[in-house]
Design a protein around this ligand. Structure first.
Ligand SMILES: [Zn+2]
Length: 456
């Protein structure tokens, strides 16, 4: 295969800049339903402009999904199909006063391109299209078939994606998938995620009376706040170990290969303390796991909110009738949201907290690519050619996304690649990418498709 010169990559990206900017100007804020159908139509047209076939799917409700297809060139491997997952929706642009530029007017300052949605995740889609054009125009042509699934509901939790994947599994059938995102870290190391954690999010509450009561009655009357605190503290020790029967037992033990990648991922505890102004030691200091293992291989159990009684200034001597908490559990492979509900429920029942209510609000399963799949090496090696030897591979990211349905219905390895950097500010004001990262992103996609087309 022939390499494509960096100058040629940049020139092509510049020729396509007008189309990129038109895409960025579309205010596709999914949570507010702004310009959703216009943007879906635009994305369909864009795929056609780059020589592909495209259609919109909306037979199962929700925002339209754009489905795209580019066949392998004459010398390419038509037996191999790569699926790209992207989303055309973006987060709201507020707070407006914190933007240095107009949020939906793409603006380049000193090699940095500012616009809402550029990092998350419109640039990644454009980088992929640029790579497809450059390969298609080369002597060898496109090395493999390429499919796109571009949804419009990622920023609102992808509520319908699994329905579409299940019904249209044949349409999206592929041998491997490149996820929407990827970034360099604060030390400029290119980072690839080969999975995601899942999540189970709960409401927990307890009621101890019909009405709030004068606190003098605390001499004889139980109190919802104390009750909930005892129930919550029965879940985890002071040293941060979760002590729910069956909680850690659900985890699928990580393989040696997964552990070896985890060991190599960087972690800077001092920087973390500084960035957040942490006032307590890191909890892993008391646990039998490294920070990397905790972030990637272990579940979390987080109290995300607490509400009870009087919390305004001054004193009000009241005994609260109700106490509520929000509980957020990040899941690793082997853990289902429903199973997590079951073990917490059983634990409370056994410990005498039958009166403490628990409700699963949302759940998403985790996903981890089989790291022995040859596609993992293709993604890694093609990245090293662009980004150097320092490329980091996380068996799964500590965060969550709609990856599980892709694994379940399409049965593909899934890895991320993207053009963001440590200060891209996704979801925040002044969202941006660096143009040099954009060109590298195109180069990575070119190398990756070239290598992918070669495997039998
Ligand atoms: Zn996002």
């Amino acid at each position: 295969m022939k390499e494509i010169a960096k100058a040629k990559i940049q020139a092509t990206a510049e020729e396509n800049q007008n189309l990129f900017f038109e895409y960025l100007r579309l205010e596709s804020v999914s949570t507010q339903g702004r310009m959703i159908s216009e943007t879906a139509e635009f994305v369909k047209q864009l795929i056609e402009d780059f020589g592909g076939k495209a259609e919109l799917l909306n037979d199962l409700g929700g925002h339209p999904i754009v489905c795209g297809f580019f066949p392998a060139g004459q010398k390419g491997n038509s037996e191999k199909t790569l699926l790209f997952y992207n989303h055309y929706d973006v987060q709201p642009e507020d707070p407006l006063e914190e933007w240095k530029t107009k949020p939906f007017e793409p603006t380049i300052i000193d090699g940095v391109l500012y616009c809402r949605g550029v990092s998350d995740n419109k640039a990644n889609f454009m980088a992929r299209l640029n790579a497809i054009q450059l390969l298609s125009e080369s002597e060898e042509g496109l090395p493999c078939n390429v499919k796109f699934l571009i949804e419009g509901e990622e920023e609102i939790g992808s509520p319908t994606i699994d329905l579409y994947l299940e019904k249209h599994a044949d349409l999206f059938k592929a041998d491997a998938c490149i996820w929407e995102s990827g970034s360099k870290d604060s030390e400029e190391r290119f980072t690839i995620d080969a999975g995601i954690k899942g999540i189970a999010y709960f409401d927990a509450w307890v009621e101890s009376a019909e009405v709030d009561i004068h606190s003098s009655k605390g001499a004889v009357v139980d109190n919802a706040a104390w009750r909930l605190m005892h129930a919550l503290s029965s879940l985890r020790t002071k040293d941060h170990q979760v002590i729910i029967d069956g909680f850690y037992e659900m985890m699928t033990p990580p393989t040696e290969l997964e552990k070896s990648f985890v060991e190599k991922t960087p972690f800077n505890g001092e920087k973390l303390k500084e960035n957040y102004g942490l006032k307590h030691p890191l909890i892993v200091e008391k646990l039998d796991r490294t920070p990397q293992e905790a972030l990637i291989l272990y579940p979390t159990l987080t109290i995300s909110g607490l509400l009870s009684g009087y919390t305004d200034p001054g004193s009000k001597t009241v005994l609260p009738r109700k106490a509520q908490a929000k509980i957020d559990v990040r899941l690793v492979p082997g853990m289902d949201p429903e199973n997590v509900y079951e073990v917490i429920r059983k634990h409370w029942d056994k410990k005498g907290f039958k009166d403490v209510q628990l409700k699963l609000l949302t759940g998403e399963k985790s996903f981890r690519t089989d790291l022995t799949d040859p596609f993992v090496d293709i993604v890694l090696n093609s990245a090293k050619k662009v980004y150097g030897e320092d490329v980091v591979l996380n068996p799964n990211s500590p965060g969550t996304g709609p990856m599980h349905g892709f694994g379940e219905h399409l049965n593909v390895p899934i890895l991320g690649s993207g053009t963001s950097w440590a200060k891209s500010g996704a979801h925040a004001p002044n969202e941006n990418i660096r143009l040099k990262d954009f060109y590298q992103g195109i180069e990575h996609m070119i190398n990756l498709m070239n290598e992918f087309g070669l495997i039998n």
